[in-house]
Write a new protein. Sequence first.
Length: 454
Amino acid sequence: MTPNPIAETVASLMPRAKSELAELVAFQSVADWAQFPKSESEAAANWVADALRAEGFEDVALLDTPDGTQSVYGFLPGPAGAPTVLLYAHYDVQPPLDDAAWISPAFELTERDGRWYGRGAADCKGGFIMHLLALRALKANGGVPVNVKVIAEGSEEQGTGGLQQYAEAHPELLAADTIVIGDAGNFRPGLPTVTATLRGMCLLKVKVDTLAGNLHSGMFGGAAPDALAALIRVLDSLRAADGSTTVDGLASDAVWEGLQYPEADFRADAKVLDGVELIGAGTVADRLWARPAVTVLGIDCPPVVGATPSVQASAGALISLRVPPGVDTAEAIKLLEAHLVAHTPWRARLQVEVVGQGQPFQADTESPAYASMRAALEAAYPGQEMQISGMGGSIPLCNTLTSLYPEAEMLLIGLSEPEAQIHAVNESVSPDELERLSVAEALFLVNYAASKRG
């Protein structure tokens, strides 16, 4: 087999990549100042900016976005007349959840069983390192053949829309011929995959009030309206008996026609306990990529420890609704709000607040950029054909960029394959995936530049 100099260069850069990812993972960059200091996110943003400057990027800037966070921008000029490619990642992360459940510290990159563990290792600090590796490999092998813009978002996980709002106010900043979103992942480790669809999402806070204050359950229970019981009724109305999402007026019978997700594989990936049934109807792919899905993310109510014999006057919850492609998120929010009102029992008082939202996304998989990516992925993963899948998660920026730059082609790749366990405890990244996807991204830029020269 003919040696691939780009692959050889990336392989030689992997020790440096590990060290840099360890530095970046060490920042507790959760964009929720009630949980983690803002200074941690600011330090991570400065680290990203310094890394871009070290690679020769110009106009590097920390963009103060309307949600109070910072996104990092930089521009690397290519040859005259070359197309422009925007590379996206985000440096903010989910909170670690249960520190005690992590086998190694959440913010300390730790190698174990051939994987690198740490919060953000795959989602999506590893995605930023992937971009750096690809560009370094190109610089060592004749230069970067395109103009490159990099944007590293600081609040993607919070869904607060800061970068979307900033981009809409500065539409020239992120303009590009093609956009590579480094925040998706292969369907399986070793199986090169581009993501063609994303569900949108909305986050709603709901609060139920029934009484002026808590009451003694012995004296008033049985007649006094219990706010927590009312909330439970409301939340239960969002699911059918089989667990399917049921929002009045919102279709939930779409079918996914592409790559399928065997149920046994899903059970293993999701670590479903033996004997416990999956929820919903249709194929797993239908449920994950083509249909809405509601999740109760949290409930405000007394904890078991310290609870008193009281009828609750107030209770609240945070609800997430994933919105499939083809459905407008704003319309889905209206339907969800109407559903919650209609299913609130006993004329209890209900307050609903929308705290985050993003539109679903569907890519054009017939575009020329996909042909360049297909060749690149299949070279980086010899013997494997590129697969096209959906992703149940949301990247709200995708639709913003699509609306701002309708002629731009968009591709989604990344490191968040099932074993990465993103958003869960013990998140990890496969260094093999990081290496091969970095090679693929570099080869894509070469292929894409050549296709534009015609």
